[in-house]
Design a protein around this ligand. Structure first.
Ligand code: HEM
Length: 296
């Protein structure tokens, strides 16, 4: 990849100082197999804030903030930064529902987070640990004797996805179908493909909500449905929006992160050996891996 090119000043919006506008392609397609060796090091040598003319995709510019303090400030600033107006999944269908809470702002966001936060405390996460260990051992047991595995398919995909489906009370046997829908939304090449994935997920989630209404359980979706927004119950559309955010968040993030993390360890046997020799370092190593590889 060539050096970044300063964008043509005449083609920039008025608020963009030309010296901060760079034509770095940042989309995964443009960057190729390994953004962490090809583009991220260059980004870190550049300005702390810049305007990527082809940020997310050609013709989709974005401001890029490199410093954690700036990102923190932006998330807290309800006056200058908003989620409203960015393209959402519902716009693809000509509709206006929200993925909740990620598409909401301010008071509305706080109300949904107040409903969701009690379901995602460290104590709740701790309850998952034994089951996660057991599943991890079972998956490793399936390939341990081969001395090799296809890491994503054999481990990084089934581990978080099975845990998530169990948490939500969704059927494990539909895992491949769910993953296809998720993949179509994230990287579908045509609008029709992405639209039909959103419709399939919506049909499934609305049916799941109806089933829980008739027959509530102890799963996460049932608990979500028992939650309150202040004094009132969430509407069907709000429940769907929250379930959709969890569905999108739960199905591919950890697989993708674990892929980068274990690739790093495979390519750095000295780090692998250090963690093997002193497992107490694993939590710190994980923090650092999450920081280093978030999120492509
Ligand atoms: C390592 C794994 C994960 C990574 C890297 C990750 C990354 C992110 C990022 C970057 C955001 C902010 C998006 C934005 O503001 O536009 C976000 C929000 C969110 N994620 Fe994740 N995520 C992960 C795992 C999960 C899982 C497993 C779930 C659900 C089971 C989840 C549910 C959510 C929700 C509900 C939000 C919205 C939070 C809000 O707007 O207040 N995420 N995630």
């Amino acid at each position: 990849m060539g050096d970044p090119v300063i964008a043509e000043a005449s083609s920039l919006p008025a608020h963009v100082p030309p010296e901060l506008a760079l034509e770095w392609p940042l989309s995964p397609e443009a960057v190729g197999q390994d953004p962490f060796t090809e583009i991220i090091p260059r980004v870190h040598q550049g300005p702390e804030v810049f305007y990527a003319v082809n940020g997310l995709a050609p013709g989709m510019p974005s401001w890029i903030f490199r410093r954690a303090e700036d990102v923190r400030d932006i998330f807290r600033d309800k006056v200058h930064f908003t989620s409203a107006g960015r393209p959402t999944l519902s716009h693809m269908l000509g509709e206006s529902w929200k993925v909740i809470p990620v598409d909401t702002d301010g008071e509305e966001h706080a109300a949904f987070r107040a409903l969701l936060n009690p379901l995602f405390t460290p104590a709740r996460a701790a309850q998952l640990v034994d089951g996660a260990h057991e599943l991890a051992r079972e998956l490793i047991g399936r390939f341990a004797n081969n001395n090799r595995c296809e890491f994503i398919g054999d481990f990084a995909r089934p581990l978080p996805v099975i845990l998530f489906l169990n948490m939500m009370g969704f059927p494990q046997e539909r895992m491949e179908e769910f993953l296809e829908w998720e993949a179509a939304i994230i990287s579908g090449t045509s609008l029709e493909q992405r639209q039909s994935a959103v419709i399939n997920i919506r049909t499934f989630l609305l049916e799941a909500i109806a089933k829980r209404r008739a027959n509530p359980g102890e799963d996460l979706l049932s608990e979500l449905m028992r939650g309150k927004l202040g004094e009132r119950d969430p509407t069907e559309t709000e429940l769907f929006g929250m379930a959709l955010n969890l569905f999108l968040g739960g199905l591919d993030t950890i697989t993708s992160m674990a892929g980068w993390h274990f690739r790093h360890l495979a390519m750095h046997p000295e780090h692998q050996a250090a963690l093997g020799a002193d497992p107490a370092m694993i939590p710190t190593a994980l923090e650092e891996l999450l920081r280093a590889f978030l999120e492509y």
